[in-house]
Design a binder for this molecule. Structure first.
Ligand code: ADP
Ligand code: MG
Length: 355
């Protein structure tokens, strides 16, 4: 039922804008895969090509080994839930969900059975007769999902399906996607700019930027081994330091005269990324070579304080600290930092794309 997807060198230009730039990707059958990126990075363009709503200028798409690049949407085993839902306003919930089956000429009995199942799947079993205009935002979202699921697609494509819902509903629907994925066993591809959604739901995800994929991995890998400086910043690792040198073998780097064990690969121009979740304030005077910086500024942030500190060479970083501990420190004081194992990672500099 689930379908494996292979994307090879997809490129798509809109006039001077290269919306997709040589994108290649493999998605396993039944995987929950997310395209994550800021607005304009090319996510929807890629999703539309998978759905059959647009064609690439170069490259191809294979479903279970078959080239579908030129196949129109209605002949693909994929269904899309678009951001604007596009429900038929003059139809009932059941009529909306049945629409695709009717177009396919499926018999009335079979239609009713499958619509009933799809509505039950999204917990709208009793809503078949309602007018879609009278539903809440979350219920409309569920109808759009049922309308896609009723086609029993091997691939479900979701374009920012939670954007526009309020916080509580978003969390509820997000969990719903996880359950639907398990129940249907289909290959799910989610497009979102919301990192929480991506991290929570995905088996694997790709971070997109300017029509290119910066990294494809399981969610924890983006933190353990960000592919480059762009990815590190994107996932919230803001402390990116220029080392004076990297020891032969790449086990340690020297930053502002201080030696720091590092993970990752020593590529040319590598930066040292410090994970904020693996930094800890060391009690003053405790040895074992923690990093020593000088405090520049302390900002109260409610449940924690941000301490901005600098190395001797002027490079800086921000450390999150408990409010009571930060209150005992002042600008000008030394700041002793522990870097826990895996907290310092070498990352490649970000190579700007050719255009
Ligand atoms: P995302 O979904 O990540 O926000 P899109 O895939 O929608 O990004 O768009 C990627 C780039 O391609 C953007 O610069 C966008 O303006 C451009 N683009 C997308 N579709 C069209 C189109 N039909 N005509 C012209 N430009 C487009
Ligand atoms: Mg989009």
């Amino acid at each position: 039922m689930a379908i494996e997807i292979r994307i090879e060198g997809l490129t798509r230009d809109f006039g001077p804008v290269r919306a997709l730039d040589d994108v290649s990707l493999e998605i396993a059958a039944g995987e929950f895969f997310t395209l994550l990126g800021s607005s304009g990075s090319g996510k929807s363009t890629l999703l539309k090509m998978l759905g059959g709503f647009d064609r690439p200028d170069r490259g191809r798409i294979l479903f279970d080994g078959q080239d579908v690049t030129l196949l129109p949407a209605n002949r693909r085993p994929a269904n899309t839930v678009f951001q604007d839902l596009a429900l038929f306003p003059h139809m009932s919930v059941a009529q909306n969900v049945a629409y695709g089956l009717r177009v396919q000429g499926i018999g009335r009995r079979e239609q009713e059975r499958r619509v009933g199942e799809a509505l039950a799947l999204v917990e709208l079993a009793d809503f078949g007769g309602r007018n879609v205009n009278l539903l809440s935002g979350g219920q409309r979202q569920r109808v759009a999902l049922a309308r896609a699921l009723v086609m029993e697609p091997g691939i479900l494509l979701l374009d920012e399906p939670l954007t526009g819902l309020d916080e509580r509903l978003r969390e509820q629907m997000r969990d719903e996607f996880g359950r639907l994925h398990q129940r249907t066993g289909a290959t799910f591809i989610l497009v979102t700019h919301n990192q929480d959604e991506a991290l929570t739901l995905s088996d694997r995800m790709a971070i997109m930027h300017r029509g290119r994929i910066e990294q494809t991995d399981a969610p924890p890998r983006f933190f353990d081994a960000p592919a480059n400086a762009f990815v590190a910043r994107f996932v919230g690792i803001d402390a990116l330091l220029v080392p004076e040198g990297i020891e032969a073998g790449g086990a340690a780097a020297v930053v502002a005269g201080q030696r720091l064990p590092v993970a990752g690969r020593a590529v040319p121009g590598a930066l040292v990324a410090l994970r904020p979740d693996r930094l800890a304030l060391a009690p003053q005077g405790e040895g074992d070579a923690p990093l020593v910086l000088r405090i520049a500024e302390i900002q109260f942030r409610g449940l924690h304080s941000d301490i901005r500190a600098r190395f001797d060479d002027g490079q800086g970083l921000v450390v999150r600290a408990p409010v009571d501990i930060a209150a005992r420190l002042a600008p000008g004081d030394p700041l002793h930092l522990w870097v826990q194992p895996g907290g310092a990672v070498l990352v490649a500099p970000h190579a700007p794309s050719a255009r």
